[in-house]
Design a protein around this ligand. Sequence first.
Ligand code: NAD
Ligand code: DAU
Length: 348
Amino acid sequence: MKKSILITGGAGFIGSHVVRLFVNKFPDYRIINLDCLTYAGNLENLKDLEDKDNYVFSKVDINEEKLLEKVFNDYQITDVIHLAAESHVDRSISDPLAFVKTNVMGTVNLLNTARNFWKDLNNHLFYHVSTDEVYGSLDNGGYFTETTPYDPQSPYSASKASSDHFVRAYANTYGMKTVISNCSNNYGPNQFPEKLIPLCIHNIKERKPLPVYGKGENVRDWLYVEDHARAIDEVFHKGLPGQTYNIGGFNEWKNIAIVELLCQIMDRKLGRAEGESAKLITFVKDRAGHDLRYAIDAQKINKELGWEPSLTFEVGIEKTVDWYLENESWLKGVTSGDYLHYYEAHYS
Ligand code: NAD
Ligand code: DAU
């Protein structure tokens, strides 16, 4: 094997697309998907890879030091792509400590394990996958660049900012080879239906209310998840050590406009009368400390690594709706059990 890459959080939304891309594109790499399978982790996302010779799954929490050490030893890990995290802003508002434990302490634990295991730090890469939310909110226009000062506003973004700082500190203090990318909002198959787009697709299908926070005027920049996975491939192979790369879709939308678009698409696909699903739109109490606007300037990765999104939003969103409609059993599986408790506690 040319490389033995540990991908953490590979059973989650973005991680599953990264694992699939690497397993299929690089048969001479061994890919170890390490994930403790929280509510957001789902091995159904990777069923097609189960028989691949270069794919291994390991159910481990990134806070379990001894088990992590064993994985590094057993598979002689050469590089890390770290995606495991608590990822939902609303959950971070109700339970910030869970975010500190996984996103901050888990990341430091992983950094320590890698540092102790790798004898020559120059030969190995620790790639940390992060978010544009670390930069705060763009209330007065402009774009986030790689030099925008950090200004996290939610417990989630504070925990991700902290983990980014630890990764940079390990590069500076111990000479670890690291790279960080900060991406905007992803959408596409396998996303847990607590996030805006899959939640609305699910609720439109079930004729349930579509909860729009505040007036729906907050703006997000959306990127199709497979395009993010392609960007991670580029950064992993061509990114310069110590650098940060912003990844975005050049695709800003107000939340209300996205929800209305989903209603139109779903009316057409489900054979409903025009305007029927839009009646489900319900304006609810705003998210506490809700960031107004995120927008990524992704020129650096475009110019230096040649990456750009391959799909327009119009194509990506149709593909996404089709995937959820075609994968009814996936959606049923993840919305049974605990999902209902979370949903009712959050929205009632
Ligand atoms: P997700 O919530 O869908 O998946 C997270 C995965 O991490 C799950 O499989 C979960 O089981 C696993 N995990 C959580 N805690 C763990 C622990 N302690 N030990 C081992 N595994 C654990 O998240 P996502 O949306 O796929 O995000 C992946 C990464 O990308 C995160 O680091 C997130 O901050 C970042 N990110 C996400 C977005 C987005 O729009 N979703 C955008 C930019 C960056
Ligand atoms: O920007 C990158 C980030 O995008 C990632 O780092 C996070 O992991 C990811 O969860 C996402 O965060 P957001 O908070 O932007 O995503 P979410 O889908 O939760 O919300 C998108 C927007 O829609 C946001 O302005 C809040 C709003 N919203 C969300 C939900 C769940 C609603 O209006 N109603 C809802 O029910």
